[in-house]
Write a protein that binds this ligand. Structure first.
Ligand code: ADE
Length: 223
């Protein structure tokens, strides 16, 4: 999969793209990420990318021309163009799977008080928020999208089984996990996990996932 990112802070992507799963996916060529400096497409001698808001009001709005030029330079017929914004559809694991199905994503990171509406209306296929809170810009949101999507690429996780049981797959949060030591500071690992009874372990995990989901995210269980 290929992902192009349009941002005025390309350096924000350096360490995350070099590290851990993302670093490995890129090194293994499962994933190619190209960060485009929006300022290179800025207007005039100051390479301006923003301007005052029509109608009056505080704050600057990102101009459409640099964004359109930057995106159109890399877009192909099959590209899926996403604007990251707190106003977008809220991303969940189903949305991540959908994004992972595209061969080419273009992620546009908004900044300042907003992005000229013509970008959302005439350039982006999708406007996505990573949660109901406001970040200073779309860069961290784009990294969240890149990491969540990259985990789903074939071969990304050593053990594909870990995808089947994890939270937000199958409508349940994940059951608790333990490793050694069996007793730590007097806190013991649940007996059933040491029993060797696979059926009992399965039932315990299912009950725990159900309990945790009911307590923390009853909305996932439905009406
Ligand atoms: N930009 C600012 N806040 C955001 C959010 N919650 N999701 C995506 N992009 C954003």
């Amino acid at each position: 999969m290929r992902i192009d990112v349009v941002s005025i802070f390309p350096e924000l992507f350096d360490a995350p793209l070099r590290t851990s799963l993302l670093g490995k996916s890129i090194a293994a060529r499962r994933l190619e990420v190209n960060v485009i400096d929006l300022r290179a497409h800025g207007l005039g001698p100051h390479r301006s990318v923003d301007d005052a808001t029509y109608g009056g009001g505080a704050g600057m709005v990102m101009r459409p021309e640099p964004i359109f030029t930057a995106v159109e330079e890399v877009a192909e017929e099959s590209s899926h163009i996403v604007l990251l914004s707190p106003r977008g559809t809220r991303l969940d694991q189903t949305g991540v799977k959908r994004l992972a199905g595209h061969g080419h994503l273009i992620l546009i990171c908004g900044r300042y008080e907003g992005v000229d509406e013509r970008v959302a209306e005439h350039l982006a296929d999708d406007e996505i928020s990573i949660g109901d809170y406001v970040l200073a810009g779309g860069e961290l949101a784009a990294l969240v999208v890149i990491e969540a999507v990259s985990r789903l690429l074939p071969g990304a996780l050593g053990n594909e089984g870990s995808l089947a049981d994890e939270s937000h797959t199958g409508g349940r949060l994940e059951y608790p996990q333990f490793t050694r030591p069996a007793s730590y500071r007097g806190w013991s690992v649940p007996e059933v996990l040491l029993s060797g009874d696979h059926g009992a372990v399965e039932r315990w995990r299912r009950d725990q996932a159900e309990r945790i989901t009911r307590e923390r995210r009853p909305d996932l269980l439905g009406p």
